[in-house]
Design a protein around this ligand. Structure first.
Ligand SMILES: O=c1ccn([C@@H]2O[C@H](COP(=O)(O)O)[C@@H](O)[C@H]2O)c(=O)[nH]1
Length: 231
């Protein structure tokens, strides 16, 4: 487990509103994540504004393309100085190897590179519709194995798979888990969920938490409550 496991997912369409929340947060308490919506709207300027406020940033763009294109995309992320970025493991071994190799020149300044396995919004039935006739946990394990073979730092998965994955792939292989919901919170479109405390106990290294914080009447209080629940 990290000493700072909470990553707040900033999924806002309004930059001022996002910065209003960020300005109330302490970089010692959490890291931040910018995904497709905010990066498409506000681009590298937003990344720089977040870095200037002292936060580690996970740039969650889930690159999924041919090896050459993904290698160039992760290089661009490294140039932005982000702490973590990601690709889709289903892009394949050659793509992940190319992405990891592209980061070699950055040495210890390279972002952590992780791979998305099965989205936490997906169930076994959703996978069946894609022709994947094994339980989500089994498919996650298969993609995690490919990710480790490619030399990446870890994966995005559900906390429901965390204990099995830690046992199989070892404690250094980082598990980044969205689909985190405090007891009684609305699941929204998430399917494979767990509470923050249970996720940590199961072996998650980082908890990605969005709406339970950002849509709360008092986001700072919601974050503090989750933070305290982990002690
Ligand atoms: O499998 C995945 C991969 C990424 N995400 C992202 O995490 C956050 C979760 O937000 P909530 O509001 O807490 O549901 C969101 O930005 C997703 O893009 C994921 O949920 N599942």
């Amino acid at each position: 487990m990290s000493d700072k496991p909470i990553i707040v997912a900033l999924d806002y369409d309004n930059k001022a509103e996002a910065l209003q929340l960020i300005d109330k947060l302490d970089p010692n308490m959490c890291r931040l994540k910018v995904g497709k919506e905010m990066f498409t709207l506000f681009g590298p300027d937003l990344v720089n504004e977040i870095h200037n406020r002292g936060f580690d940033l996970f740039l969650d763009l889930k690159f999924h393309d041919i090896p050459n294109t993904v290698a160039k995309a992760v290089t661009a992320a490294a140039e932005l100085g982000v702490w973590m970025t990601n690709v889709h493991a289903s892009g394949g071994l050659a793509m992940m190897e190319a992405a990891q190799k592209a980061l070699a020149p950055y040495g210890d300044k390279a972002p952590l590179l992780i791979a998305v396995t099965v989205l936490t919004s997906m169930s076994d039935d959703d996978l069946k519709l894609l022709g994947i006739n094994v339980p989500a946990a089994e498919h996650v394990k298969r993609l995690a194995s490919l990710t480790q073979q490619a030399g990446l730092h870890g994966i995005v998965c559900s906390a429901q798979e965390a204990s099995m994955l830690k046992e199989t792939f070892g404690k250094e292989f980082k598990l980044v888990t969205p689909g985190i919901r405090p007891a009684g919170a609305d699941k929204g479109d998430q399917h494979r969920v767990m509470t923050p405390k249970e996720a940590l106990l199961a072996g998650s290294d980082y908890l990605v938490i969005g709406r339970p914080i950002t849509k709360a009447a008092d986001p700072l209080a919601a974050l503090k409550a989750i933070h305290d629940s982990l002690k």
